[in-house]
Structure formats: C-alpha cells, structure tokens
Design a protein around this ligand. Structure first.
Ligand SMILES: Cc1ncc(COP(=O)(O)O)c(C=O)c1O
Length: 401
C-alpha cells in the first residue's frame, strides 16, 4: 500500500494541511468518486427505469452497474438483494417497520449499539408491544456468546437478533459468524449493522450468512445520503411494503397494486442516481486497495497512538485496551479536561479533526456514568507521521493541565 500515492487521490489532503481523523463519522472521498458523480450530472442526467431514451438507458445501466459493484463488494449472491437506502439508519428502520412484528416478539441487541440500532426497537415496544432484550458485555467489555445462548434459549418468540458488527465506540469487532449461527439455530433472523465494518475489513455475506446487513456509503469513501440494505432474497415475502409509490409496483388500479420484487419494492420514488454511482465506484476503489491491507494499516496506526500515549498521566482509553482489537479507533479521555475542549484544542492548534461527545452511544456512556470522550478514527489515507503528531499534541495538552 503506497500511502503517499493514495493521499494524492484525496483533494482535501492535497490542498490543505488537515489531519483528518474522524473517518468513523464520515470518510474522505477520492477524486475517482467525485468525478463519477460529476460525470452523471454533466453527461447523462436522466431518470432511471422509466424513460426509454438513450440518456435514460445510460443512467439505468450505470445505476444497475453500481448495484452490481456493491453486491460484489459485499459478496452477496444476487444484486437483487441490495436495496439502496439513504444510510444505515434507514436500512435498520426499514426492517423494523416491515418485518411484521407482533405483540411479544423479541428483538435482541447488545449493550453497545449506536442509537440507530436501539431507537427503532424502542419505538416498536410502544407501537407493537415487542420485547427488547440486551446482551450485556462481559467484564472485558466483549460480547459474550454464552450469555446470548442463555438469553435466546430462555426466551420465546425471538424474532430478530440485531447487532453491530464493528463498534463505533472502540473499533471492537463482534463474533458475528457465531452470533448468526446461534441465532439461526434458535429460529431467529439476524441483522448486522455493518456501518463501521464494511469499509474497513473483508465482509463476505455468502460466508457470513446474515438475513439483513446495512452499510453506509459515506463511511466507505462514497457520497453521503447513500447506503444499502442487504435482504436475503428468500425473506422478501416476510416483509411488508415500506415507503410505497412510483417504482415500487409493476401495475396499479384505483383500488389495488401489484408490488415489484426485490429490490425495487423498497426503492420508492426517484433514486439518488449520482449517489449510487459514486457508492459503486467507492466500493471498487476500496477493493483495489484491499481490505486486508486497510485492516493491517489501521492496526499499525492504532499501535502508534496507543503505545505513544501510554505514559500520559490521566489518559484513559475508552472501551477495549488492546489496540489489536480496536481497528482504527482510538477513543480516550484526558483527566481534568472536557472531551469537547480537547477536540477544539486539537482542531485549533494542530488542525487535527477528531470527534468528541457520546458518539450516538448515549446508552453505553450513561450506563457507565461517563459523560463523553474524544474519538480519533484513522483510515488508510492516514500516515504514521500524522499519528505521531497527534501523540505529541496530546502530550502538549496534558502538560497544560
Ligand atoms: C455502528 C453504527 N451504526 C449505525 C450508524 C448510522 O449510520 P448512518 O449515518 O449511515 O445512518 C453509525 C454511524 O456512525 C454507526 O457507527
């Protein structure tokens, strides 16, 4: 992996001296993605799936090519199983609203879910009378398969197990292969929240075999307002329609309509065509770099951050301690300084962009009585020099106390 060559693909890294370490929130986009979207707007800015003129045909072709690229990237069996959404949150809500939940149906999650995989279930408790159970982390803050087995075997009507793949708290990757196996053995469906995993490590849905998987384009070098939901084809008939209207039916009368198959049944109205095209190109871009390479690179940068800050008095890592289990996320607190203040100092003094607060994980922070943290999240375009600058900056801030 030639990092310095890769960095040239990212205009903001070429044109400014920013040290961008907020990729868990949103990644930067390479010029290849930006140009692919511009190409649509400049050269074939037409409707898809409706008009039979040349421009429309070209747009439809590129849109479906994008779906194929995303399908290959995730290792799904069939492009039909890839539904374009606005983001991961929409994908999870789509399942919450369409999976025909009834009174007493149970949804199991972990205790480290992003609000996007928590609030949809809280709403279903109010609307449909479902039961929500949480698998607590063990003493090491890891997912405990034995606890899952115990909860799932003692609970009737577990309809869905919905878990995060890689945590946005600390980069910890859950044993989702085992979670899927155990859940299926107990007749439950499984949704994997891949918002933080899909752009960073190899994901093969054929091997993993979940029923649903969500991904955010904007965390994987693609445009914002774009994501996807994978739905196993055989589950289609278990789902109710979601948003309905143009594009979701193949025929309608004043009193009824015939719904489309996957994925069109769930893609109502005119789609984000440029977004889908950019998403597809982003998947190919990452694939060319290689997700194994990305994983190793992030681990190396996290090693520098973790070992370099070990001697800073009062620097407390949030979540798992071992950098080998934290992907590209370095989440911490500096005793005596508020997390927002640390983030502002890094931004204003060194142009280092990190995130502060509760990272949409309020439930986790509240349960542990922590009122926030500073999260630096690196990606393949960060280099060692940048991580060393962050280490030195934190030493400087620590001396200010
Ligand atoms: C683990 C996790 N799940 C879900 C989301 C929500 O993603 P999106 O903004 O694409 O809806 C995020 C975003 O940070 C996340 O980190």
């Amino acid at each position: 992996m030639d990092i310095e060559k890769i960095r040239k693909d990212f205009p903001i890294l070429e044109n400014t001296n920013i040290i961008y370490m907020d990729s868990a929130c949103m990644s930067l986009r390479p010029v290849q993605v930006i140009e692919s979207m511009e190409d649509y707007y400049r050269n074939f800015p037409a409707c898809i799936g409706r008009s039979s003129h040349k421009l429309g045909n070209k747009a439809s072709l590129e849109f479906e090519k994008a779906r194929e690229r995303v399908k290959n990237y995730l290792g799904a069996k069939n492009a039909k199983e890839i539904i374009f959404t606005r983001n991961s949150t929409e994908g999870i809500n789509l399942i919450a609203r369409t999976l025909r939940f009834g009174e007493g149906d149970t949804v199991i999650t972990t205790d480290r879910e992003h609000n996007s995989n928590l609030l949809p279930w809280q709403e279903l408790i109010k609307r449909r009378g479902i039961v929500h159970k949480v698998v607590p982390s063990n003493e090491e803050e890891k997912f405990d398969l034995e606890t899952l087995k115990e909860i799932i075997s003692k609970t009737d009507k577990v309809k869905l197990v919905s878990v995060v793949h890689t945590s946005n708290l600390d980069g910890y990757t859950l044993p989702v292969g085992d979670i899927i196996k155990i859940s299926h053995e107990h007749g439950a469906l499984v949704l994997i929240d891949g918002a933080q995993s899909a752009g960073h490590k190899p994901v093969n849905l054929k091997e993993l075999d979940p029923d649903f998987f969500v991904m955010s384009s904007h965390k994987a070098c693609g445009p914002s307002g774009m994501g996807c939901l994978y739905v196993r084809e055989s589950i289609l008939e278990k789902l109710e329609p979601f948003l309905v209207g143009g594009g979701t039916v193949y025929n309608s009368w004043y009193d009824k309509a015939n719904y489309e198959e996957l994925p069109l049944r769930f893609e109502a109205g005119l789609q984000n065509i440029a977004g889908a095209i950019g998403f597809g190109v982003a998947c190919e871009y990452i694939e060319n770099i290689g997700r194994e390479n990305i994983k190793k690179h992030e681990e190396n940068l996290n090693k520098i951050l973790t070992e370099g800050t070990e001697d800073i008095e009062g620097l407390e890592i949030v979540g798992l301690r071992d950098y080998r289990e934290r992907s590209g996320i370095f989440n911490f607190n500096l005793e005596g300084i508020n997390s927002h203040e640390v983030a502002l100092l890094l931004d204003n003094i060194k142009n280092i962009t990190v995130r502060s607060g509760m990272h949409c994980l309020h439930s986790w922070f509240n349960s542990r009585g922590i009122n926030g943290s500073v999260r630096a999240s690196v990606y393949f375009y960060n280099n060692e020099e940048e991580t060393e600058i962050l280490v030195e900056s934190l030493k400087g801030i620590a001396r200010l106390r």
